[in-house]
Design a protein around this ligand. Sequence first.
Ligand SMILES: Nc1ncnc2c1ncn2[C@@H]1O[C@H](COP(=O)(O)OP(=O)(O)OP(=O)(O)O)[C@@H](O)[C@H]1O
Ligand SMILES: [Mg+2]
Length: 245
Amino acid sequence: MLKCTEVSKRFGGLQALKKVDFTVNSNEIAGLVGPNGSGKSTLLNLISGVYKPDSGQIFFLDEDITKLPPYKICAKGITKTAQTVQSFPEMTAVENVLTSVLFNEKKSTGKIEALPRAQELLGFVGLSKEKFDLPAKNLNVVELRRVQLAKALATSPKLLLLDELLTGLTPTECDEAIELIKLINKQGVTILIVEHVMRVIMGLCDRVIVLHHGEKICEGTPKQVVNDENVVKVYLGKRFTLCEE
Ligand SMILES: Nc1ncnc2c1ncn2[C@@H]1O[C@H](COP(=O)(O)OP(=O)(O)OP(=O)(O)O)[C@@H](O)[C@H]1O
Ligand SMILES: [Mg+2]
């Protein structure tokens, strides 16, 4: 579904990504992990068009999307939730989602009842009903993440990029979020998730890619990746492998 070939990105003197080859297959849940600063968010920002690569190409459903602006990439079916939660703070939760429903409406030929759709999506992602009409600035970060996910789903993505969406959740909320992501995937949405909590990666992903200093150092099933000597050395540490045993 998605193919990145030799994608590189430099910020001034810092090589954030170095010739990364990377694929996501239709209908899978792929995980992207690696230490802080290894280039995970940069890669998602390249795929979604927020940044442009210095070199390399990105193909989505066999079409070269490397040079397209974010809104065109989104309209083609790739949507991202940002690591740092973004919202329109003065607008209510439901109005925030409405912006995406209305953006999506452009793709639809029929008339869409935008408000019920926004409410339905907020219910689906588990925001309590009494929060629907509160300004986004009054919501906590976990609630804002739910709104962000509803906004992303409103664009009818084929490929959903999730950048640390589950950060800050309690273990119970985390388990609920894992089930929600599985459900979204079952509904036909391919998912690429960046996450530091390995329990989430292990419970969700069909395949995991590991970045380190902007380079892909490992790729495989979650089990293969957590047992890879180099991944343990540079990212997971000995304790994780002992815990899993
Ligand atoms: N807009 C930018 N301008 C300058 N440097 C940047 C920019 N975005 C990212 N970087 C740098 O690129 C490197 C990779 O950053 P990136 O955010 O992709 O890492 P990450 O793997 O997502 O890390 P984390 O796990 O902390 O979110 C870091 O050294 C970061 O400081
Ligand atoms: Mg990041």
